[in-house]
Design a binder for this molecule. Structure first.
Ligand code: FPP
Length: 254
């Protein structure tokens, strides 16, 4: 489907648009419960929100969109719920492929992907390969992802390189740590959105969100659509980002 990309661009000042938006998609279960439905119905409706937010991000010209689709902690859910989430993921990858190809969207995944079932890993690998040449937007799905586990994996790989004499102690810097994370090729998020009203980070991108702006909305993920996403972006555009410095200092530097 052709996106209304020029329309999105007209609306906003590209200098103020966040380059990287990350989202903790929360509230699918509650959405279903409030309607007396099974939790998985919430995930099904949530998958439609994923579609709408990916599409809107591309229309706006956002370069990086990262979605928390399945956390390390989510393995504690019932087998039925996990199976449904994986089925929805595979279905999403298949149905959205043409749109990703038409609109220059590259798909990638971060997390302990080897823990996913064979069929989901294959679908993921195929989609990543088919979209690898796309350059306009990167859609990253965090799958079997945990921020602490990511930092642990980075520690281990740096410790190994140190032990092998590949690097020295003073070569362990913020940059080498960042390059050892799953997100090594990505900029840090400018904006982190969390739906369903909880003020928690839930083990998401712990290293990367040091200076990220937060936007929390009570809206449950299945109800989070284009209009609410635009509100979040607009809210971000009014933030003053100082990265720990004063406004005067930043003004002198520009
Ligand atoms: C949180 O809701 C959401 C998840 C655990 C998974 C997110 C999954 C989707 C949006 C559906 C499919 C994904 C893709 C990429 C197509 P919750 O179940 O924790 O809600 P609750 O806190 O109300 O119980």
């Amino acid at each position: 489907m052709a996106l209304n990309i020029s329309e999105g661009k007209k609306l906003r000042d590209p200098k103020k648009l966040p380059e990287h938006v990350a989202i903790i998609m929360d509230g699918n279960g509650r959405w279903a419960k409030r309607r007396g439905m099974d939790r998985v119905r919430g995930h099904q409706k949530g998958a439609e929100s994923v579609r709408e937010i990916v599409r809107t991000s591309r229309e706006l010209g956002i370069r990086w969109l990262t979605l928390y689709a399945f956390s390390e902690e989510n393995w504690k859910r019932s087998k039925y719920e996990i199976r449904t989430l994986m089925t929805l993921l595979r279905r999403f990858l298949k149905t959205e492929l043409d749109e990703m190809l038409e609109n220059g969207i590259r798909l990638q995944a971060i997390g302990r992907i080897t823990k996913l079932d064979e069929s989901t890993r294959q679908t993921l690998a195929r989609t990543m390969e088919q979209t690898a040449q796309n350059r306009d937007m990167v859609l990253t799905l965090a799958l079997s992802y945990g921020g602490r586990q990511e930092i642990l994996d980075a520690f281990r790989s740096l410790a190994l390189r140190l032990e092998l004499g590949d690097i020295s102690l003073d070569q362990i810097t913020e940059e080498t740590i960042a390059r050892s994370l799953y997100t090594s090729s990505m900029p840090d998020p400018d904006l982190l959105i969390r739906t369903s009203g909880e003020y928690r980070v839930s083990n998401f991108l712990l290293w990367q969100i040091a200076y990220t702006e937060f936007y929390v909305t009570p809206t449950l993920w299945p109800d989070f659509g284009k209009q609410e996403f635009l509100l979040a972006i607009e809210d971000y555009e009014h933030r003053e980002r100082r990265f720990g410095a004063t406004a005067e200092y930043l003004e002198r530097k520009t």
